[in-house]
Design a protein. Structure first.
Lengths: 297, 315
């Protein structure tokens, strides 16, 4: 059966060309930004730099790292991401585990209670008013709590517990006199590290990248996460770089405009690189998460 | 008659007894549910109940529950306002545009599935997923950089080819294209994962049988692969429909400016603007509710249609 027809080979060729074109379209902007961030700004604006870095300079990064608001934003984002992910797991895992156990009564009802929030929600304004009345405005809690867990994550984690924790194991532990708390923490969680990783990563990426909650709930610049600072630099263009001295002082207007461009490229890399570097190694966890999520019961 | 009642009584008693017994034995399981249930009540169900401010005149000092009722005033004001049709039209066009491109990740998945070289396949997957991990702020920042009228790469190429620079970001005509296609750039690869998974579950015997019958690759894709993943396609399509009126408004908000507002003003950005920036809480909540009602209606209708027509549906 090792017979390939001409049309099949043509198909393969066209298919490969099609994919290569898509890959170039997707990757080119990323490479361009990376190269531009370490190239001389005049080379970038004149078009001499079009793929690989030209006349390498790290001036953009020096300026980015000398900017205190970026450091603070970075620190805030790390804090919100770590705290938010931890709370996410503390809310999600116990609930998903309990829902996976057959002894639980009214399981259908509880699941629908949770799933209904996917179909309908109060919307932006009522949610904002509740967050406000809880006294969370302008605190870390407004970033961490309003989206602490979604119905989808609970379904995914529950499916995982359902499939990978055998009933006999739980029953045997119960006969040995273990309580449900003990079983969950000492027996079930150690066997469930993959799902813990998947859920933590999904949530952490979301927290790292979100800006909207911070935009509506935070008012102190000191508390802004990185994405809000980035919004000022990249989108609103209203960032006043506070210490021109750090960039060498006495720059002409043209220099300033060019350095501003360089800073934009550098700041994109500084904010996105941690995820882009780490994700190929943890990609399988993400894919796994999507796959468990697609299993319909 | 008497015995029936007595039996019912006993049954009631045993049922109550069983519930009590279950609680006694498994109370810790119920405790594990508490944080999540509390979260859903406080941050989802109370706001749902708080939607009533759409029918009230919200006064900050009297709170959601104490403010006076106004009935449908906010809704009529919205429907009769001159911007209503513009908002509705912008929202529908933007959403419909994205929905038209819904098949693109399916095409990518079908194409990737045909690749036999695993190295190339793995690289292709890793690279196409990458933009998913970039934040909307950065994506919009990149759009701003690449499409800048003087320094942007795209306009420099246009000028170099003898064309005239296009003010993409301030142009109402270009907004929808830029918004939608940058979204494709970001989500194409990631959205294809689920279809790839569905494709890997296609029964290989079907392909063997088709090969024996002399079917070409394209014929096998059309008549085996696509029908096999149709349930997945239908379910994802319904899910997309369910957020039809929401159109990734966080990104719209970032891309919006005074000059492109005639096409970029969508219902959700308007809710943000009137509600949170101008403090018209009740009016904005009414508009938001209008949006959610359309979403949920579309979801229910399309789910019903899908169940009737294709046998696969969300519920």
């Amino acid at each position: 059966m090792k017979r390939f027809s001409l049309s099949d080979r043509m198909f393969d060729t066209f298919n490969t060309i099609f994919l290569v074109i898509i890959l170039i379209l997707i990757v080119y902007p990323l490479i361009f930004v990376l190269s531009a961030s370490i190239s001389d700004p005049t080379a970038v604006s004149s078009g001499r730099m079009w793929l690989w870095p030209v006349e390498i300079t790290f001036r953009g990064y020096e300026r980015v790292f000398s900017e205190s608001s970026i450091w603070r934003g970075y620190g805030n984002t790390i804090l919100y991401t770590l705290a938010g992910t931890l709370i996410h797991l503390l809310v999600l895992l116990p609930c998903a585990y309990a829902l996976s156990r057959k002894e639980l009564m009214a399981k259908k009802f509880i699941l629908w209670f949770i799933l209904f929030t996917m179909l309908f929600n109060g919307g932006l304004i009522p949610t904002y008013l509740i967050v406000q009345s809880l006294g969370m405005l302008n605190t870390m809690w407004a970033i961490v709590i309003p989206n602490v867990v979604g119905a989808w994550s609970i379904l995914v984690a529950r499916t995982f517990f359902h499939q990978s924790i055998p009933d006999q194991l739980v029953e045997a532990s119960k006969i040995d006199g273990a309580s449900d708390f003990y079983i969950f923490i000492r027996v079930v969680l150690p066997l469930s590290l993959p799902i813990v990783a998947v859920m933590a990563l999904f949530h952490a990426v979301g927290l790292w990248n979100q800006y909207f909650n911070a935009l509506i709930y935070l008012s102190d610049r000191d508390k802004f996460p990185l994405q809000l600072i980035l919004r000022e630099i990249l989108v609103v263009n209203q960032m006043q770089l506070n210490d021109p001295a750090a960039g060498g002082g006495g720059e002409s207007l043209v220099d300033q405009v060019q350095t501003a461009g360089l800073i934009k490229y550098a700041v994109i890399i500084v904010s996105s690189l941690p995820l882009l570097i780490v994700y190929p190694f943890i990609q399988r966890f993400f894919v796994q998460g999507v796959l468990i999520g697609s299993i319909k019961e | 008659m008497r015995t029936a009642r007595a039996e019912a009584h006993v049954a009631e008693k045993t049922r109550g007894y069983r519930i009590k017994k279950n609680f006694q034995r498994n109370w810790q399981l119920y405790v594990l549910l508490v944080p999540a249930i509390a979260y859903f009540i406080i941050l989802h169900y109370i706001p749902m109940y708080g939607v009533q401010i759409a029918f009230k005149n919200f006064i900050a000092t009297q709170g959601i529950w104490g403010s006076p009722w106004t009935g449908f005033d906010h809704f009529t004001r919205f429907f009769e306002s001159y911007y209503f049709w513009r908002l509705l039209k912008n929202t529908i066009i933007l959403s419909a545009y994205q929905l038209v491109l819904f098949p693109l990740p399916i095409i990518l998945a079908l194409s990737l599935h045909e690749v036999k070289k695993t190295m190339f396949k793995r690289w292709a997957q890793t690279l196409t997923y990458a933009p998913h991990f970039i934040s909307v702020v950065v994506v919009v920042g990149m759009i701003v950089i690449f499409l800048d009228p003087t320094t942007g790469l795209v306009n420099r190429v246009i000028v170099a080819l003898g064309g005239e620079a296009i003010p993409f970001l301030t142009s109402p005509d270009w907004f929808r294209h830029i918004f939608t296609w940058s979204g494709v750039w970001q989500t194409l690869g990631w959205s294809s994962i689920i279809y790839l998974a569905a494709l890997s579950g296609v029964n290989p015997e079907l392909h063997e049988a088709a090969k024996v019958d002399g079917a070409t690759r394209i014929q096998r894709i059309l008549h085996i692969n696509i029908p096999s993943i149709l349930p997945t396609i239908v379910v994802l399509f319904i899910l997309n429909i369910g957020s039809f009126m929401t159109v990734g408004f966080e990104k719209v908000l970032l891309m919006q400016n005074d000059l492109n507002v005639s096409t970029s003003d969508v219902i959700q950005t308007f809710v943000y603007q009137t509600g949170l920036l101008e403090g018209q809480y009740s009016f904005a909540a009414a508009i938001g509710l209008f949006d959610s009602v359309i979403n949920i209606t579309l979801l229910v209708v399309f789910n019903y249609l899908a169940r009737k027509l294709t046998d696969s549906s969300l519920w």
